[in-house]
Design a protein around this ligand. Structure first.
Ligand code: FPP
Length: 240
């Protein structure tokens, strides 16, 4: 999709095993466009370009897992033309994946309740997941994703398996993100200080980093700031 070696950004920071999984709430696309007198969809198009740039950069500094919040279970409430524009972006990007996949380092996974999407799109997503499954950098794209829905989905799966007793590990093993460790760092752009139903279970001990930068303006240098903030903190996981 977009991790061709020749396109890698210059490396600024390097991460170690303490920062394996970074997640992004890519907020501020609409305001970015409106500030320029443009329709909100324009912001999403630029946001998608930023997604590529930041994904490429995160992979280049040694991040192993990245999750982006692309479309929530609540985002369907937006005006139909905006929803349509975001869906068209997905479709185009999924097409891109097919074209460039052979040279990439990225294993793409789509997380969320995918049942709502047309069969043809689901097949494309499954094909990308299958064909990139051996790649080292796991990129979760959360679409029609909600943290609460995910937990209910996990519980239903456990009931379906006939479990009548469950533990935390059972829930974790049935989440959409079951293939990767919990996020170490969750970055939210756009200035709002909330989690918006993103990775509710997995974020129990994540470090949060909030920035006023609107997602389309978010740059590798902003990733560096978030990474520096992460390393300045002491994670205690409830201990001392
Ligand atoms: C939040 O900004 C952003 C979204 C709901 C959509 C995110 C989509 C993309 C970045 C593009 C597509 C992504 C991929 C993976 C191809 P907002 O619209 O809520 O901004 P606002 O807070 O300024 O209104």
């Amino acid at each position: 999709m977009f991790f061709k070696k020749s396109q890698k950004a210059e490396k600024k920071v390097c991460v170690d095993e303490r920062l394996q999984h970074i997640a992004f709430i890519m907020d501020g696309n609409g305001r970015w466009a409106q500030k320029r007198g443009m329709p909100r969809e324009f912001g999403h198009t630029h946001g998608a370009a930023t997604f590529k740039k930041i994904g490429r950069y995160c992979e280049s500094i040694g991040i192993k897992y990245m999750t982006v919040y692309a479309f929530s279970t609540e985002n369907w409430k937006r005006p139909q033309n905006e929803v349509d524009a975001i869906m068209k972006l997905f479709d185009d990007y999924i097409g891109d994946c097919f074209a460039e996949m052979k040279d990439d380092n990225v294993h793409v996974r789509f997380i969320g309740n995918l049942d709502v999407f047309p069969q043809s799109l689901r097949e494309k997503m499954e094909r990308i997941e299958r064909e990139t499954a051996h790649k080292p950098f796991l990129l979760n794209v959360a679409i029609n994703y909600g943290g609460r829905e995910e937990i209910v989905h996990a519980c239903k799966a456990l009931l379906h398996e006939g479990k009548n007793e469950i533990c935390e590990a059972d829930i974790s093993a049935h989440l959409y993100t079951k293939e990767c460790p919990d996020p170490d760092l969750i970055v939210r752009t756009g200035g709002d200080l909330r989690t918006s139903n993103f990775l509710l279970w997995q974020s129990a001990y994540a470090e949060y980093y909030f920035t006023d930068v609107l997602w389309p303006d978010f740059s590798p240098a902003d990733v560096d700031l978030a990474v520096d903030a992460f390393y300045s903190r002491k994670r205690r996981y409830g201990g001392v």
